[in-house]
Design a protein around this ligand. Structure first.
Ligand SMILES: Cc1ncc(COP(=O)(O)O)c(C=O)c1O
Length: 444
């Protein structure tokens, strides 16, 4: 199929430079295992699990079969004042996997919806217990919580906020970014040890400014994924939990990327040994095959909302989506989680993560313009020196060049991110990393 045969005039592409796309289109028409097929018949290895989604690899039959079966059984049923068997089952499986008493799952369809859902739960929860004045949200610089107004407001990626500044949520503050490019440019499957404590700023400035009694929630990604795989210093996540506990502030982990195996365990919460009050998920829960997201809440949040003294027939939380707990998406989630378990894929992600980390550090360190490499779990980023006046251009050019050499990676700011499916073999890792290395050499 040539580009001329594909009608490209009407789709407005998300997070993509639309004006140049048609000159050099990337059109996928098939996928199997680790690979895509393009419209012109090329094989391209998926080095980013199709945006952190396809943990089990592409075109997995058990997931496809579960979807087909569900379509023939219960295609869809309204989500309000009713539910479906697959939604209950998926919620149970997810709650069983989540740590602590994270037991109540509110389904939605994406990571962005999960972010806004969690923020709304936080406000409604505090109000239900007579603390409706708690309305301040705290995010982190360079955090990403999707593109809806709540998530964008607590998010901290400047480009995503720039055009919408006037209408972002009020009463939102941001903690400082968690990267030390001087002392911790290179992180190889470890947590960097910082001399200073980045959370002193939260305690001594942000909470003092707003008064902790006004703060509803703090939301963070355990590891900053979309910004380019930035790993917090040792002790940071635990201490954040302690600070929130001290002041009655809810702690939300956005695990849309770190959830379901990316770090070799169920969730980032397990990796850090910290139970948040809410945990957002999406992406890998269905292997990316069909949209599903959600927020897992601790029991006390649900209980407070149920015990808010409203009549028995009254709805306790005025929130939900037409497709919350869609039976086909939930059938896909059940099949995905079964498959992940059957093939022990989370542990495999942990093992292959070490192979990826070793490969990235040995092949990329010291190459021209490489100023940092950070690896943890089955993901890593190589950071490149910015070209003065054209931020992000070097990473974009390398990304395009890698595509032309059969490897799909992700440009994120000045980083190239690699996060392959958990089924990745050593030879695939070698191919991906060597292609990135060659491309970096070509772009000096
Ligand atoms: C941490 C995090 N939160 C939220 C989102 C938004 O998810 P979605 O694109 O499904 O809305 C993403 C997407 O990459 C993410 O990485």
């Amino acid at each position: 199929m040539s580009p001329a045969q594909i009608p490209m005039d009407n789709q407005w592409l998300p997070f993509t430079p639309n004006r140049t796309f048609k000159q050099d289109p990337r059109v996928f028409v098939g996928a199997e295992g680790m690979h895509f097929t393009t419209h012109d018949g090329k094989k391209v290895i998926d080095g980013i699990s199709s945006l952190w989604c396809v943990g089990a690899g592409h075109n997995r039959r058990p997931i496809n079969e579960a979807i087909k079966k569900q379509l023939d059984t219960l295609d869809y049923a309204t989500a309000f004042q009713a539910s479906n068997d697959k939604a209950f089952k998926a919620a149970q499986m997810i709650a069983d996997m989540a740590p602590g008493d994270l037991n109540k799952v509110l389904f939605c369809n994406s990571g962005s919806e999960a972010a806004d859902t969690a923020l709304k739960v936080a406000l409604a929860y505090h109000r239900a217990r007579g603390e409706g004045h708690r309305t301040v949200f705290i995010g982190r610089e360079k955090g990403y919580h999707g593109v809806n107004f709540g998530g964008m407001s607590v998010g901290g990626l400047p480009a995503n906020r720039k055009a919408f500044g006037a209408q972002l949520l009020p009463r939102v503050d941001h903690m400082r970014f968690i990267h030390d490019p001087v002392n911790h440019a290179y992180i190889h499957h470890e947590e960097p040890v910082w001399v200073e404590d980045p959370l002193l700023e939260l305690e001594n400035r942000i909470l003092v400014l707003h008064d902790p009694s006004n703060v509803a929630a703090v939301i963070v990604e355990p590891i900053a994924g979309s910004a380019g795989w930035y790993i917090p210093p040792k002790g940071y996540v635990k201490r954040l939990r302690e600070i929130c506990d001290k002041h009655g502030i809810l702690l939300i982990f956005d695990e849309v990327i770190t959830g379901f195996g990316r770090l070799g365990v169920n969730f980032g919460a397990d990796h850090y040994g910290v139970v948040p009050d809410m945990l957002n998920f999406a992406k890998a829960v269905t292997n990316g095959v069909i949209p599903l997201g959600g927020v897992i809440c601790r029991d006390f949040i649900y209980d407070a909302m149920m015990n808010a003294n409203s009549p028995q027939h009254a709805i306790e939380f005025f929130h939900g989506y037409t497709y919350s707990g869609h039976p086909v998406a939930c059938a896909a989630a059940i099949a995905t989680l079964d498959l992940m378990k059957e093939e022990n894929l989370f542990a495999r992600a942990g093992q292959q993560g070490k192979v990826l980390g070793d490969a990235m550090h040995s092949a990329l360190k010291g190459l021209p313009n490489v100023i940092g490499i950070r690896t943890l779990g089955l993901a890593g980023a190589v950071e490149l020196a910015s070209i003065p006046g054209t931020p992000g251009k070097r990473a974009y050019d390398i990304f395009m060049d890698c595509f032309h050499h059969g490897v799909w990676v992700r440009p994120a700011g000045e980083n190239i991110v690699i996060c392959p499916p958990y089924i990745v073999e050593d030879a695939h890792i070698d191919q991906i990393v060597q292609t990135v290395a060659d491309s970096i050499r070509r772009h000096t």
